[in-house]
Design a protein around this ligand. Structure first.
Ligand code: BES
Ligand code: ZN
Length: 652
């Protein structure tokens, strides 16, 4: 039997209940389950919680991590603001509820609870309904995570070697590891005590330790109210490299050196962001380089952004992802989308801010390159959405009720959102727009923002005082890209397109070229001829330029040309972003000889942005479906549930 160090094991009753629970591992919650499916609350399309009647103000977590059982044992102590409610409804998706008590710690009495039926697609999970009195102030939920907890990725927990875990909460996965009111408009403060194996470090989206505690006991506090999707935990053999007294980087020990060089610009980035958008509100800003299975490029957990190790490219070429996650400290974390239908208010703003940071640090041309590449992705996705079952997803404001909020995570929210703001900025001028933005953040800090609230604010504070007319409605509520869009092309990318055209026309762009120049010789009137042989090298152009080049190569390139390109440019050995484009090109050209390398790639990263399009491109040829299924079977244990589920849906 595992130790229960943190638990107030003063009742034999509780112990017996635990024994019972451990013996029925994997089974459903022991208590009564309602037979009818309850509808979500009217407050949020993806939550059952009744936070208008009763809402958590502060959450105290007592957690114990067992790598051996791949289980997290916990008590979630909710301190609530109670508007005379007789029941409290929480969201759960997977946790086994052992008991619920009312009252402050140590003075608890047991409460009745029932668990509602699982929704038909198991997206929302189940409502946990606790009987309370209008005077109830404390609700304590004793639980353990279930066998298919969707938020937690347990890495290496079987081998006892280098155990590691991380959680991913956004959009509605927090309820799979903590029973709570899981809606983005419901802000809470939290603290946590976490027991892990001695020798391991635990970190959360909160004030964090920088060194390991020999007993493996850690305490955390998040003193600002945050939405529940931002609660995060990671545990492992992790070390820290500080850059300044405000920021630094954590990483698995073997990656720390490379990571600390890659993200050297972090203090400067933080300074630039504050100068643009106002004071950083969260104390420290640290990065945590995650396990390769991490499903996203980055995740903006407050105080501690999780970053995919794919971003550690060796040449700082992908650090705009860090700028993006840092920008969420304003858009998203400070001012949060009210529901997942308003997701563009998180991501569209953040891409806009990311580009502002990159422009300040690396110049206009660099940020233009980033946005033009995304512009292409947006146009491609819009064509796809138009023909899909949900053409309405091409509008910024989404209708995600009865759907997985994950479906709203398209380039529409990100890129169309950012272009909307770029167009607005261009219309009213940068100075005006900057002032508007800073005010928007300071005025609504630690609050949620709906699309409706935003348009009212926009009219009042920007358009009216400026006597500007601007058709924001078609941006927000109509599909496609409005005609008034402001687009700035990148010169450097346009050059890469011509380079690609040369390749497409059969020219070898890597062939050494002789150039002749005439140089003056001191004391002589006649100039001397100087012949120089230049050869195009991969390092002549940056990652974004090569991406443009690769995307513009046609599907008719023969194997010989592809081989020669790779011999010269080493795309198959480059960073993940380029490797991804390289494999997509090969699949487009129907060059299946890359299959072994592709398999290796798919088995070594779990970032959905790479994995999903590659599987899609593979099965575009139906004869490769078996290959895809086989590779997925081999890789899926290296994927977080977010990526695993997406690929599963695709291969079905
Ligand atoms: N918050 C998102 C990731 C996310 C969105 C997770 C929705 C779950 C649901 C994060 O900030 C993000 O946008 N990541 C991007 C970074 C990129 C746009 C620079 C990613 O992972 O690719
Ligand atoms: Zn984002």
């Amino acid at each position: 039997m595992r130790s229960l160090g943190l638990f107030p094991l003063n009742s034999i009753w509780f112990f017996l209940l635990l024994v019972l629970l451990c013996s029925c591992k994997g089974e459903k919650n022991p208590r009564a389950t309602l037979t009818e499916t309850l509808d979500v609350s009217a407050l949020d399309p993806h939550s059952y919680a009744n936070f208008n009647e009763l809402k958590t103000k502060h959450l105290s977590l007592e957690l114990e991590v067992s790598f051996k059982h791949k289980t997290l044992y916990g008590i979630a102590r909710h301190q609530v603001i109670n508007h005379k409610a007789h029941k409290a409804v929480f969201d759960i998706n997977g946790p086994l509820i052992q008991k619920v008590t009312l009252g402050p710690k140590g003075q608890e009495t047991e409460a009745d609870f029932v668990i509602g039926k699982m929704d038909k697609d198991s997206i929302l999970g189940q409502p946990l309904i606790v009987t309370i009195t209008p005077e109830t102030e404390y609700i304590n939920i004793y639980y353990q995570t279930g066998p298919n907890c969707r938020a937690i990725e347990w890495v290496n927990s079987n081998s006892e070697q280098d155990p590691f875990l991380y959680t991913q909460g956004q959009a509605i996965l927090t309820r799979s590891w903590i029973p709570l009111q899981d809606a983005p408009s419901n802000r809470i403060t939290y603290d946590a005590s976490v027991q892990v194996n001695p020798g391991l470090l635990a970190l959360m989206s909160a004030e964090n330790p920088t060194t390991t505690n020999s007993e493996g006991k850690y305490r955390f506090a998040m003193r600002h109210p945050i939405p529940s999707y931002l609660i995060a935990l990671t545990v492992g053999n992790i070390a820290y490299h500080p850059y300044s007294n405000r920021c630094g980087v954590y990483a698995p020990v073997h990656l720390l050196q490379a990571a600390s060089v890659e993200f050297q610009e972090l203090p400067e980035m933080l300074r630039v962001a504050e100068q643009l958008f106002g004071p950083y509100a969260w104390g420290r800003y640290d990065l945590m380089v995650q396990h390769p299975s991490f499903p996203f490029g980055g995740m903006e957990n407050p105080c501690l952004t999780f970053i995919n190790p794919a971003i550690v490219a060796g040449d700082k070429s992908l650090v705009s992802v860090v700028a993006h996650e840092l920008a969420h400290s304003w858009s998203g974390n400070l001012v949060t989308n009210e529901t997942w239908n308003d997701f563009w208010l998180n991501e569209g703003f953040t891409v806009f801010l990311e580009h502002r940071i990159m422009e300040e640090m690396h110049g206009k041309e660099y940020s233009n390159m980033l946005s033009e590449l995304e512009w292409n992705e947006l146009n491609e996705e819009l064509m796809f959405i138009k023909k899909s079952n949900h053409p309405e997803d091409a509008a910024l404001y989404l209708h995600l009720k009865n759907r997985d909020p994950d479906e709203g995570m398209t380039t529409v929210a990100y890129v169309k959102g950012a272009y909307f703001l770029k167009t607005l900025e261009h219309r009213v001028g940068r100075k005006h727009f900057d002032t508007f933005l800073s005010l928007y953040f300071s005025k609504h800090r630690f609050q949620s923002m709906s699309t409706q609230k935003f348009t009212t604010y926009l009219k009042e504070k920007l358009l009216k005082p400026d006597f500007t007319t601007f058709d924001y409605r078609s941006w927000i509520f109509e599909p496609g890209i409005p005609k008034n869009v402001y687009f700035e092309a990148s010169q450097r990318l346009s050059f890469m397109r011509t380079l690609a055209q040369k390749t497409n026309a059969g020219e070898d762009i890597f062939k050494p070229q002789k150039t002749v120049t005439w140089v003056k010789v001191p004391g002589r009137t006649k100039k001397r001829k100087k012949i120089k042989v230049v050869r195009l090298k991969p390092e002549d152009y940056c990652t974004q330029e090569w991406i443009m080049y690769l995307r513009n190569l046609t599907q008719t390139l023969p194997l010989k040309t592809l081989r020669s390109i790779d011999r010269n440019a080493h795309f198959s050995q480059a960073n993940r972003e380029i490797q991804f484009e390289w494999y997509m090109l090969n699949l487009r050209c129907n060059q299946w000889s890359i299959a072994p390398e592709l398999q290796q790639f798919l088995q070594s990263t779990g970032r959905r942005k790479y994995v999903l399009p590659l599987f899609k491109a593979v099965i575009a040829d139906s004869t490769r479906l078996d290959w895809a299924k086989e590779v997925f079977t081999k890789s899926k244990n290296n994927y977080h549930s977010v990526t695993r589920k997406s690929v599963e849906l695709l291969l079905k």
